[in-house]
Design a protein around this ligand. Structure first.
Ligand SMILES: O=C(O)C1=C[C@@H](OP(=O)(O)O)[C@@H](O)[C@H](O)C1
Ligand SMILES: C=C(OP(=O)(O)O)C(=O)O
Length: 469
């Protein structure tokens, strides 16, 4: 059974918070979506058999797996004994030679759902085959940008048919066509990543426009580094936990700094702490807007003007997807925050800049949108909440506002099943009794009256899944 259409997330009570002082919730974060989908592509193009451990199992990675199978790549999926939400994915590489291929009359059909990674990475990869492949996705995926990737692939000599340079698109495989190409990442960094992942087989020399600062391209750097260390001739590859998914739990600590209720387990440390440094969102715990601890909140500090100066977080250099989590909890922070360089968010699962502003404003937060920035003023928790959040089919909208709902009253979420895109187990983790989860009360609500109907406690009732047809 998927989650119900409308749920309410209840704030953590004083008693719950007191109990966390004695024993924290120990939350295991599922595997990284970005790394899993890159690893599947690299393993498919490589030779030999590659076993991906700790791989995320969610709509985006299922879509990638399904597409690979349609292309004739053998992929086996087995349970991961360590983390229920993960899988061990075994990929039989094609050694750079994609099997079979469709025809113009009957192309192989790949359905990518709303997975940007699958849409972009596969468009480039299928150019390396010999047949015809048609890629399509959900309606939103057909609106999301694809033009610059298609332009770059055409510049390398491939034929791609699409009336509007978006999906659906028909790709005519042309095999390796060595050449150099420059690709802009203004609309999405995934264009460069897509080309880089297939570049070893394609013989493509891929670069971003001159002057592009690698510090502003963390997801492209992740790709470059993965290509460099991946076992291209088969072997084992360990996928890290997803730092963007971890941000919701680090945010709970930022919301309750005196208690810090969650121990976020197995999350990759930042590069400075010896981690791979591949995931920009590993920086979230350091940068997250934190609520003032009581002593700070009480202290009148006109002398310390700096505390009133807005902190600035950039989507280019500071945080990736977790910037949405930061925006959602910012009304409760100790200082005002401004979030900059948010342009790419407008072209993702939904128009996220607008969505965040509209839904936070519904919660009575004070948010201003200027250009591609959002500024968030401070509010008292008692003044916030009591809103039914529209989630725009966007997993991160649901997860950000669920996080805020743990600190303010009356947050109801429409369509919580959209979290299946990257963290199907999200509400299971929230509701699981401590120490395995946070023991958050999650209620099914009547879609017409908004009244609470029943508390969801069974694991099966809390798993995000596609509604049955
Ligand atoms: O390469 C990746 O794995 C990703 C790149 C980012 O997308 P854009 O580059 O389109 O912003 C990010 O938002 C997405 O969730 C994952
Ligand atoms: C933008 C996102 O996803 P993608 O581009 O991979 O669909 C995301 O997960 O926030």
């Amino acid at each position: 059974m998927p989650l119900p259409a409308l749920i309410e997330v209840l704030p953590l009570s004083k008693e719950q918070l007191e109990a966390f002082k004695l024993q924290k919730a120990r939350v295991v974060i599922p595997g990284s979506k970005s790394i899993t989908n890159r690893a599947i592509v690299l393993a498919a193009l490589g030779s030999g058999v590659t076993t991906l451990k700790g791989a995320l199992w969610s709509e985006d990675t299922e879509a990638m797996t399904e597409c690979m199978r349609k292309l004739g790549i053998q992929v086996e999926v087995a349970p991961d004994v360590e983390v229920e939400a993960n899988r061990v994915i075994t990929v039989h590489g094609c050694g750079g030679q994609l099997p079979g291929g469709g025809t113009e009359a009957e192309p192989i059909e790949l359905f990518v759902q709303n997975a940007g990674t699958a849409a972009r990475f596969l468009t480039a990869m299928v150019c390396l085959g010999g047949g015809v492949v048609r890629l399509s996705g959900v309606p939103r995926m057909h609106e999301r940008p694809q033009m610059e990737l298609i332009r770059a692939l055409r510049a390398l000599g491939y034929r791609i048919d699409t009336p509007n340079d978006r999906l659906p698109a028909v790709v005519h495989g042309g095999g390796p066509r060595p050449g150099a190409v420059v690709v802009s990442v203004d609309d999405s960094s995934q264009f460069a990543s897509a080309l880089l992942l297939s570049s070893l087989v394609g013989g493509w020399e891929v670069s971003t426009p001159e002057g592009a600062n690698p510090d502003e391209l963390p997801y492209v750097e992740m790709t470059r580094q993965m290509v460099a260390v991946f076992p291209h001739t088969g072997g084992t590859f360990q996928v890290e936990p997803d730092a963007s998914s971890a941000s919701y739990f680090h945010a709970v600590n930022a919301l309750f700094p005196q208690v810090e209720p969650v121990e976020v387990l197995a999350c990759e440390p930042t590069r400075t702490d010896g981690g791979s440094g591949w995931q920009i969102d590993a920086e979230f715990p350091r940068l997250a807007p934190r609520r003032a601890v009581a002593a700070e909140a009480q202290a009148e500090d006109p002398a310390d003007k700096r505390r009133k100066v807005a902190q600035v977080i950039s989507r280019k250099t500071d945080l990736g997807d977790s910037i949405m989590t930061a925006v959602a909890i910012a009304p409760l922070a100790a200082v005002p925050f401004t979030f900059t360089d948010l342009g790419v968010l407008r072209k993702q699962e939904c128009e996220r800049v607008q969505a965040l502003r509209v839904e936070l404003t519904k919660c009575k937060a004070k948010v201003t949108e200027v250009g591609d920035s959002l500024s968030v003023e401070l509010s008292n928790p008692e003044d916030l909440g009591n809103a039914t959040i529209f989630t725009y089919h966007d997993h991160r909208m649901a997860m950000c506002f669920a996080t805020l709902g743990m600190a303010v009253s009356g947050i109801k979420l429409e369509d919580p099943n959209c979290t299946r895109k990257t963290v199907p187990s999200f509400f299971q983790i929230l509701a699981a009794p401590p120490p395995h989860g946070l023991g958050v009360e999650i209620w099914e609500c009547d879609t017409k009256t908004g009244e609470r109907v029943r508390q969801l406690t069974e694991k099966e009732d809390l798993l995000a899944a596609a509604p049955s047809k």
